[in-house]
Write a protein that binds this ligand. Structure first.
Ligand code: GLV
Length: 317
């Protein structure tokens, strides 16, 4: 039986499946392993089922035992892994695309609604019984007729576009390449980021974190947004320069933010907390039972496929 390290606790049915397939080291206390501990724990393992909370940088990867041949990441994003370092060490890296598209798009829409309709302030007022109805109480921004700019029209971006369109939003997008008209479903393509930003009453960040996208939302790019725009991020915190976004909130250049992901999670820049207009969630994108089960099953399928064939359709390096 192959030996596998699973770095975080998974849902029970997934752990049962792993126990049947492998000699598996589970993390029943769901302890967050340090890089040193992760290296020690992977001793004798042929595969690691990792999570987005594991920082598998080049230094860590280079210290992994030679027995490790695959990092099966329990996420669609793989910014936590230095995939080039893994490649150099002949370690295959896989991810879990598609199965989390719907759940993550739902949170993407919640961020848009929560930020535009002042949900944070509303929840606070309702919980404290500190409100009274009036014609101008917590007036927010209506989505109908509002322009939504999607940064990254991949699977999640497309699903957000589809739902947002059904809510009456007008969809614009920027992507590395233009989609074919049948896939665009009426959305307008912007080759230049600046052009997309200039029409984004609401911006939805849906692109992966990569060398090209780190801090893509910064003091300069934010200036291209219309005054009073709303910025939402369902992708990765690394894409946003927090100081610049908080400054834009301070100046009311940005009206509200909707965030599910942060640089340096689980911490977030305290500057967001002083803004009532910040609608913030703790990285809930894929957090439904169906999706987390499907993601872990796909991460296990990726291990299985790799051990049988030496590769996987979800290989990313
Ligand atoms: C979640 O954030 C993922 O990348 O799967």
């Amino acid at each position: 039986m192959k030996k596998i390290l699973v770095t975080r606790r998974l849902l029970q049915s997934n752990e049962e499946r792993l126990k049947q397939l492998y000699s598996v080291k589970l993390n029943s206390n769901d302890e967050l392993y340090s890089q040193k501990k992760l290296i020690e724990m992977s001793d004798g393992c042929e595969g690691i089922l990792s999570a987005l909370t594991d920082k598998l940088d080049a230094e860590t990867i280079n210290k992994l035992p030679k027995s490790v041949k695959i990092l099966s990441n329990f996420a669609v994003g793989f910014g936590n892994i230095d995939i080039e370092a893994a490649k150099k060490k002949n370690i295959v890296v896989t991810n879990t695309p598609e199965v989390l598209t719907d759940a993550t798009a739902e949170i993407g829409i919640l961020l848009i609604l929560g930020a535009c309709r002042r949900a944070s302030e509303g929840i606070e007022g309702a919980r404290a019984s500190n409100w009274k109805w009036s014609a101008d109480y917590l007036i927010g921004k209506q989505l109908t007729g509002t322009r939504l700019g999607i940064l990254g029209m991949g699977r999640i971006g497309k699903k957000i576009a589809k739902i947002a369109k059904s809510l009456g939003m007008i969809i614009h997008y920027h992507n590395r390449s233009k989609l074919s008209p049948d896939k665009e479903e009426g959305a307008t393509y912007h080759k230049e980021l600046k052009s997309l930003f200039s029409v984004s009453d609401v911006l939805s960040i849906c692109c992966p974190a990569s060398k090209e996208t780190i801090n893509l939302i910064n003091a300069e790019t934010l200036e291209h947004l219309p005054k009073g725009a709303v910025v939402t991020n369902v992708a990765r915190g690394d894409i946003v320069d927090d100081e610049a976004l908080i400054d834009a909130l301070d100046r009311r250049k940005v009206y509200a933010v909707g965030l599910d992901v942060y640089k340096g999670e689980p911490n977030l820049n305290p500057g967001y907390l002083k803004h009532k207009s910040a609608f913030i969630l703790p990285h809930l994108g894929s957090a439904t039972k169906e999706t987390r089960t499907a993601m872990a099953n796909l991460a296990i399928d990726n291990l299985e496929e790799f051990f049988k064939t030496g590769s996987s359709k979800n290989k990313v390096n």
